[in-house]
Unconditional design. Structure first.
Length: 377
């Protein structure tokens, strides 16, 4: 195993499958608990992250079972005397051997290739669903915070991105399902079967990874200019922006997977490459992106973590905004200062609310009133 990266070693693959699955479940559980505890109610952004987490757990199970079956993170052991095209090694006999591998067979012959191809098919078909649901959860979370008028500039931008990401997710999902047209068997056949019956697999993989990375950058960076336009101190702007930038960990994971994918794409169908190790690398980094993406989508909702951080005061200000969608009568007069982009700013002579002021469930809190926001938590 010395010739391969750590991400192709059995221990690391199992650790990624188990730990990232647990991390995703924990993050989603805390997110839902936080919503329930503070009476904020569950919205679309919360519900979308649930199937994303469950599919991510499926990815983790896929990795663990693959290693247990010696179908991942294990080099191929070729049948004795096999000297034909390495890309064509897939016969009914070896496929049948795979079905009884529990009885005791060679460590990793072509019998396990049948399983690893099915595992890979599950991986590539659910990957666009997971990353798409994560992006939609982010965008709907922003709608909850920033959109006052749906027809405002910010509302139009966010809803347009929601439509684009939804179409992107559906398109790539069906592109996987029908990548071999109606020859579904070819998806878990030999490499030659894939070449002869399927569309350009590498073009699909590269297009998915590149567009996924670009979309991640756009989605994560959207809140920064909006926060920076708020009329609050620079220190608080940085603190609030840092909360949103916690999602940048998904960008790092997406970039890493893109780099690894480019290496695979430019290698092409190389007979000298170990196909199982190539699949292992691709699936490992996909698991990393899915696990970190689901977790990152929940970080900005985890107030329990913010309580022990240096940005606690900014967090308390932000949490209150999540629960409000209408304007308070006491600050309606300030609406004339709205810049037309869905975010309101205080007039120059605006006074801070009294310390005893409490917001009720019917009160509104626009993005500008950060001081009053602290009173609701």
């Amino acid at each position: 195993m010395a010739a391969y990266g750590y991400y192709q070693q059995p221990g690391h693959v199992i650790a990624a499958g188990v730990l990232l699955s647990l991390l995703a479940l924990l993050a989603v559980g805390l997110r839902l608990w936080t919503r329930y505890k503070y009476g904020q109610g569950f919205r679309a952004d919360d519900w979308l992250i649930v199937p994303a987490a469950l599919l991510t757990v499926g990815q983790g199970i896929n990795l663990v079972v693959g290693v247990a079956n010696k179908s991942l993170a294990t080099t191929v052991v070729w049948p004795t005397g096999y000297d034909a095209n390495p890309l064509a090694i897939h016969t009914p006999q070896t496929e049948a051997m795979g079905k009884v591998s529990a009885i005791g067979l060679p460590e990793n012959t072509e019998n396990n290739r049948f399983w690893v191809c099915q595992a890979e098919f599950y991986y590539i078909s659910t990957l666009p669903l997971i990353v798409g649901l994560v992006k939609l959860s982010f965008l709907l979370f922003y709608v909850r915070i920033f959109v006052v008028h749906r027809t405002g500039a910010i509302g139009i931008l966010l809803y347009t991105l929601i439509v684009i990401v939804s179409l992107w997710t559906v398109a790539f999902f069906f592109a996987v399902i029908f990548e071999c047209r109606l020859n579904f068997w070819a998806a878990w056949g030999s490499t030659v079967d894939v070449i002869n019956n399927c569309f350009n697999t590498f073009s699909y993989i590269y297009g998915l990874c590149l567009s996924d990375f670009i979309a991640d950058v756009v989605v994560i960076m959207i809140p920064i200019p909006l926060v920076w336009r708020l009329k609050i101190s620079r220190r608080r702007k940085v603190a609030i922006a840092a909360i949103f930038l916690l999602g940048a960990v998904s960008i790092a994971a997406s970039l890493t997977r893109l780099i690894m994918t480019v290496q695979i794409v430019y290698s092409g169908f190389d007979p000298s490459d170990d196909s199982i190790m190539v699949v292992t690398k691709y699936m490992y980094w996909g698991m990393v992106e899915c696990g970190t993406g689901v977790t990152a989508a929940c970080l900005s909702s985890l107030q329990v973590l913010a309580r022990i951080s240096s940005i606690d005061s900014a967090w308390h200000s932000l949490v209150s905004v999540f629960t409000s969608r209408h304007r308070n009568r006491s600050i309606d007069s300030a609406s004339q200062h709205n810049g037309g982009d869905g975010i309101s700013y205080p007039p120059p002579n605006a006074k801070a609310p009294r310390n005893g002021y409490k917001l009720t469930s019917d009160d509104a809190l626009p993005m500008r009133d950060w001081t009053a926001a602290r009173e609701t938590v």
